[in-house]
Design a protein. Structure first.
Length: 319
């Protein structure tokens, strides 16, 4: 899907950009190419930011802008690191320190608490916390979409109390495990009162009234893909988009109808993206897209997106 997006965007000559949040998982760990970035590649990305006048800010700074309904400056970039893999401590951290770039690490508490081999220890997290912030990514990294309300609450409470115990910290920020969520999950998480909640949909952060602080996009860059990194920096968030259909992963693997409403009633055409199917031009009438897509999907995790001019909004559906 990245390639399709790439091609499509390279054809759009006037991309501006909003703020951006990137997510990494492992560093210099070639055993897991789909979640790994080499520190060589990371330096390439950081050099690009330096050279082009980007400002790397703590994630909370972007959150503050969003929560005050202020626009996020277009050269702002923030970094997040998910799960708490040890390779961040052994490989990634020194690069962030070298560039003096802030970061936020979101830990799945169980992996640290149970001393899983590939994950950071509480002691290492205390060191990490000197250079960046440590935030919350659940206790057990479960599929919240498939867990009961009680199971989710037990998981959340356990993780939060362990963070309090070991780090004496009450997290402000939360990332859904696997970036998976729906209305039900969102409502269960709401009472925890996080300042912001993040997903893993590729996208940009416009801020103002455009960005929902409980559903903030972050772009993952893996492998040797500084090219994607540069491309994502050009994304602009399409504001006022409501995905109405489909909202759950279609069991029969066919996306039948795509229904999207747009706040801007003057828009007459848009492009819809469905994983495995690329982009299709569709009509918009009175802010409404109703498209009988009937497109077959193959992946267990698909993206559906809408693009108007050079602005994009994507969402993810998982099986
Ligand atoms: Zn994760």
């Amino acid at each position: 899907m990245t390639k399709v997006l790439l091609l499509f965007l390279l054809l759009s000559p006037y991309l501006m950009s909003d703020g951006h949040i990137f997510v990494y998982h492992r560093f210099d760990d070639t055993r897991y190419p789909t979640t790994n970035i080499s520190t060589k590649e990371l330096r390439k990305e950081f050099n690009y930011l330096k050279k082009n006048g980007y400002q790397v800010v703590p994630l909370i700074d972007i959150v503050k802008k969003i929560n005050k309904n202020e626009e996020v400056p277009s050269k702002w970039v923030a970094f997040s690191i998910d799960d708490g893999f040890k390779s961040f401590y052994t490989h990634g951290l020194s690069v962030f320190k070298e560039y003096n770039y802030p970061f936020t690490i979101f830990i799945a508490v169980k992996y640290t608490e149970k001393k899983y081999k590939d994950y950071v220890s509480w002691k290492q997290l205390k060191t990490i916390a000197k250079y960046g912030s440590v935030e919350f990514h659940s206790y057990g990294h479960g599929h919240f979409g498939q867990m009961s309300e009680k199971e989710i609450k037990v998981d959340m409470d356990k993780g939060l109390s362990l963070m309090k115990k070991h780090l004496n910290y009450e997290p402000n920020l939360f990332v859904y495990p696997y970036g998976e969520y729906d209305d039900r999950v969102t409502k269960i998480i709401e009472p925890y009162g996080f300042k912001a909640v993040f997903n893993q949909n590729i996208g940009a952060i416009h801020g103002g009234t455009c960005t929902d602080g409980n559903d903030i996009d972050r772009s993952a860059v893996v492998g040797s893909n500084a090219h994607d990194f540069k491309l994502y920096l050009k994304f602009q968030e399409l504001c006022g988009v409501n995905f109405q259909q489909p909202i759950v992963y279609p069991k029969d693997k066919i996306v039948k109808t795509v229904e999207v409403t747009l706040d801007d009633k003057t828009i007459q055409s848009a492009d819809i993206f469905i994983s495995n199917n690329g982009w299709t031009k569709v009509k918009v009438s009175n802010g409404k897209i109703l498209w009988n897509a009937n497109k077959k999907i193959k992946l267990n995790r698909i993206k559906i997106g809408v693009k108007v001019k050079s602005k994009i909004k994507l969402m993810v559906l998982s099986k």
